[in-house]
Design a protein around this ligand. Sequence first.
Ligand code: NAI
Ligand code: CS2
Length: 474
Amino acid sequence: MKPALTYTPGALRPRAAHLGVGAFHRAHQQSYYDDLARAGGDWGVVGINLTPPDLAAAHAAQDGIYAVLTDDGQTRACRGIGTLIGLHDARSAPDVDWSGIDFATLTITEKGYCHRSGSFELDPAAVAADLAAPEAPVTAIGYLAWMLERRRRAGGEPITLASCDNVADNGRLLGGVLRDYAARAFPGLPDWIDRNVAFPTSMVDRIVPAMSASSRARLEAACGGPDALGVVAEPFRQWVIENRFAGPRPALERAGVQIVDDLAPHEHMKHRLLNGLQSAYAELGRLCGHESSHDAATDPVLSDWAGLFLRAQAETLACPEGEDLTAYGRTSLARLQNPTIHHPLNQIASDASFKLPQRIAAPAAERLARGAPAELQAMVLAGWALQAGDTRPDSTGVPTRDPMGEEMSRRRAAARDAAGFAREVLGLPLWPARLGQDAGFVADMARWLRAFAQGDPRQRRAQIDDFVRERANA
Ligand code: NAI
Ligand code: CS2
């Protein structure tokens, strides 16, 4: 039987919007809105997808109600969700009535912001088509700007736009690219944005792998049958949002969301410990022959390596109030060991050129600036440099794609020696310049490029094992 709702979706009002209704949003943010609706709140969410997957037909076919299955091997629960009260694909997105929306969130992936990785500025090439026809936009930035411009022309109310993607300082990024775009597309809009739009930075957390045939079968067996919108996720969830709002907002704190004045320590902790470890496993795990983050996290050699890595990453962090970095690192590793969540390393490795800067390169640069070694981080970047552009799917059919993939394949094919290749990769504008200027870091990366380029997965794993033992005995 489908999990029952304790509220009537038809009684909710379209007060919130979300751009990028992927697996994550359906499993995470919707669970908070669902908590509020169960407690009698009236916030419903209008979802908008500007790129595939097109879900509007599936949403209509099941009256917008779907299930989330959470499981950690010990506790398994099905929750019915009815707070996604509308869903629009690219075709009907321009018709969405934004006039009553006070609070909108985004998870449009790291590369959806029309910027270059490592920069907070708009990439004009990414929005050229929208700038030529700003009232028929196709990008998320062009779309939001057009919705704001319509609101401005209608004398509309202030609004909060909260980016929830795993990018550095996501509120500043969204505000920055939107203002840049608005200045080119709609002359009156930048001033209006300054007076009427808040861009809080936000940290969201729940591991939600893309649905596969087997996770869909598990969900449907556990939660009452066919469900095209249903998602499987881990039980853990966290949402921390900067206290910066332009108007009415859902009382998210009543559902456990933390509202804080300084988000940076929370964001850095999550990007560097949890996400950093996921990306490290994506690179080193694949080199050692693993396919899922569970396989990598339960490999004793890689979990010993993780102990060193988490300590080194934690040394770059300020501990957020109420957290304990050692416990957070331990929990991160345990979450990746969850036997019920199959998270393909190829999925995590996708778009790594947009992920590694905040997860690996920034902490590496901070360590070097303090005179501390950053060899663990160099190992991860070496793994990326050797694998970026390899789009071969894993045994479940999941490929890795990265906007830098083709360029990296070309550079790798032309590389003459490991030291030169390390210098070249570290010279890319993705990373803090300090990495390529530090002779020790370049040498560390070159050493691991040589080590990983040779041998088979078993030999690479043995090299990592030797390294961990050397460190333990040092
Ligand atoms: P997904 O692949 O299920 O969905 C991606 C969503 O982003 C889709 O709705 C798609 O329409 C939209 N999108 C993709 N490219 C876009 C573009 N260029 N412009 C506009 N919209 C675009 O992925 P999922 O799992 O929902 O993750 C999305 C993002 O959420 C991640 O990239 C990450 O930043 C964030 N996130 C994901 C977590 C997870 O475990 N899946 C956890 C925490 C954050
Ligand atoms: C993962 C994240 O695919 C990835 O890049 O590292 O989506 C991760 O699962 C989430 O950030 C967990 O909150």
